[in-house]
Design a protein around this ligand. Structure first.
Ligand SMILES: [Zn+2]
Length: 265
């Protein structure tokens, strides 16, 4: 109480909120006042990143008779309806429900929200057919058997144009099935990537990487999640972080998400 009174009296600005976390026998220190947001802002502008031929996000005021949900237009409040597709419009986190006949919801599959995470930067390999692929070899050389809970993949080149890319019909970078198997062998259960999918855009519905990741349908691992279309700015260095995974509580295979990183000091 005395300290609080002192802070208020002297108008001291608090610039840190330090936490010590004990996890698997290790002590980790972080500062909650320094979050690193690796989600994309979602806005209604047509330039906002999209994939899978979905239209831009719509954010529109509700109109009922003479009433409009827009204060600038004379309404009492801003009251807007948002229309979007979680897979096509920006950062989202999905569960096995994305590829399963059975209903799985991200709101039920994701039951923890803080994870130990490893951020890596990869330079994908270009195959003879022109595909840009993150192979097992690439991931192996960078990770060198480093284990963690969540793997965050930043692909090169990494300009801020990723925030305004229309990925439909561009055959974006994807992961090989073997890369997924290797990542799982190290115990990772959450995969985050800055591309619209872990699979090739047009693969006749095979989705080999998605199936390998969730081991669906033979040994389904419903607790695992994939997060797509993140954006990790270049000034964030590779290494270990604490990840706070935030979703909206949609009972659906996927939800827009806001992954936040905290540097481990
Ligand atoms: Zn998706």
């Amino acid at each position: 109480m005395f300290i609080l009174a002192f802070i208020l009296k002297h108008n001291i600005i608090i610039t840190e909120m330090l936490a010590t976390i004990l996890h698997k026998g290790k002590t980790l220190k972080l500062d909650f006042f320094n979050p690193i947001d690796i989600s994309m802002p979602l806005h209604a502008d047509a330039s906002c990143t999209s994939a899978w031929y979905v239209p831009p996000i719509k954010i529109e005021p509700v109109k009922m008779g003479n009433w409009v949900g827009d204060v600038k237009q004379g309404g009492s409040v801003n009251f807007r309806t948002i229309t979007f597709n979680p897979h096509g419009n920006g950062t989202h986190t999905e569960c096995v429900g994305h590829i399963s006949k059975e209903d799985y919801s991200i709101n039920k599959c994701l039951t923890r929200f803080i994870f130990l995470a490893e951020l890596i930067t990869v330079s994908p390999e270009t195959l003879e057919n022109g595909d840009s692929v993150i192979t097992e070899n690439i991931v192996k050389q960078i990770l060198e058997n480093k284990k963690s809970e969540a793997l965050i993949i930043r692909t090169l080149s990494n300009s801020s144009a990723k925030l305004n890319t229309q990925y439909s019909n561009t055959n974006p970078t994807y992961l090989s099935k073997d890369a997924i198997t290797y990542i799982l062998s190290l115990g990772y259960e959450h995969l985050l990537i800055d591309m619209p999918s872990v699979d090739k855009e047009v693969d006749n519905g095979v989705l080999a990487a998605h199936h390998a990741f969730w081991e669906y349908p033979h040994n389904t691992q419903a607790q695992r999640t994939i997060t797509e279309m993140i954006y990790v700015p270049n000034h964030i260095v590779d290494g270990s972080y604490i990840l706070n995974m935030q979703i909206a509580s949609f009972e659906n295979d996927a939800s827009p998400s806001k992954p936040i990183l905290y540097k481990i000091n």
